[in-house]
Design a protein around this ligand. Structure first.
Ligand code: CA
Length: 364
């Protein structure tokens, strides 16, 4: 809107309120005149998920609805599921170049561009969602993320969190480190690198090919997310051993904008995106909690066994994680800085988590 009009409306509202001659509705009405005169903007947002993908996809649709409502229709986010405007994993480049305005995906997909990007999703055997959010907001995480993404003309927000992911579906039980040797497992990211140190052969497969590969024994195991999304993939039909998780203890999802485009928005629209992204994030985390619980209940009737990895595997994975971080830090100064910042925060937050949530959860 024109600034002069805004000032006129505000002055009129203030004068009327001071004089007491204005009803609450009239004051609210004046405010909405202000919002409605904001220049109308439409942003194109592509996701890495199929249409109507539960929780992650539907969460983004809700975000677009929130933004529309909060802006009085002056800011519209047009959401495109994967492969409509750009392929699922081309959203980063398409937003960076300005072909589209924003995307919803996961930072670990871009570790080929900068190994440090994998860390913005979290790290194996490290912080959970609440701790990672603490690091992002108050421990320097956001500053690092935005600094490194600025090189690609991108401006990221936290776009949800999956919570603790399950360790995966195995065709045979895993009773020792020896059982991992030579095992073919679909597992991406830092978790895959850690597994490789333990003798696993990590394999990357598109989502649509995992079930058949597991069914035919082309792979011996796969991780995916957690009960809510795993049950839809049908893995329980062909792999009966479902292991608890350690490799993705709270994966951060991202809602990332083309920086030039975001900077060009009015202050109100920027604020609406910021607050709506926080609301979306909280909702997604909560919905994962709810949907995982409901799906687990169903899975337990599907003749599967939920198991923990043996302690020797977890201890070996902790050592392997440090080796992976060390070799990545030698190769990438960015990785070294981000990992150092995370480790500092982890050392700060863990003693508190240990005597608060972890303690309580172990006794309730
Ligand atoms: Ca996963």
């Amino acid at each position: 809107m024109k600034r002069r009009n805004f000032l006129k409306v505000t002055a009129a509202t203030a004068a009327a309120a001071t004089l007491g001659g204005c009803t609450r509705e009239q004051i609210e009405g004046s405010k909405s005149i202000h919002v409605n005169r904001q220049r109308k903007v439409t942003l194109k947002l592509a996701t890495s998920w199929p249409a109507n993908f539960p929780i992650m996809g539907t969460g983004v649709d809700r975000f677009a609805k929130m933004v529309n409502e909060m802006s009085g229709g002056t800011l519209k986010i047009k959401v495109y599921p994967k492969n409509i405007l750009v392929p699922a994993l081309a959203v980063f480049d398409a937003t960076s170049s300005g072909q589209i305005d924003a995307f919803h995906s996961g930072p670990y997909y871009w570790k080929g561009k900068d190994p440090a990007f994998a860390l913005f999703s979290g790290a194996p055997l490290r912080m959970v969602a609440s701790e990672l959010n603490g690091w992002m907001n108050y421990g320097g995480g956001y500053d690092l993320w935005r600094e490194l993404y600025a090189k690609y003309n991108l401006y990221p927000f936290i776009g949800g969190n999956t919570g603790v992911q399950m360790g995966g579906w195995f065709r045979k039980p895993i009773e020792s480190l020896e059982d991992l040797k030579g095992l073919k497992m679909r597992i991406p990211g830092l978790g895959g690198e850690v597994m490789a140190k333990l003798g696993v052969n990590p394999i990357l497969l598109p989502a649509g090919e995992i079930y058949t590969a597991l069914e035919r024994g082309t792979i011996d195991a796969t991780e995916w997310v957690g009960p809510a999304l795993d049950i839809r993939m049908g893995f329980y039909k062909v792999a009966k051993y479902y292991y608890t998780g350690w490799h993705e203890p709270g994966s951060i999802l991202e809602l990332t904008f083309n920086k030039t485009r975001f900077d060009s928005l009015g202050d109100e629209h920027k604020a609406i995106i910021r607050y709506a992204s926080e609301a979306m994030s909280a909702q997604m985390y909560t919905e994962f909690m709810d949907q995982n619980a409901r799906a687990l209940k169903k899975l337990k009737n599907m003749n599967i066994q939920v198991l923990d990895f043996p302690k020797e595997i977890i201890e070996a994975a902790k050592r392997a994680m440090l080796e992976v971080a060390k070799s990545q830090s030698e190769k990438s100064a960015d990785f070294k800085r981000v990992f150092h910042s995370m480790e500092e925060y982890y050392r700060l937050v863990k003693p508190w988590t240990d005597i608060s949530e972890a303690k309580y959860l172990s006794i309730r």
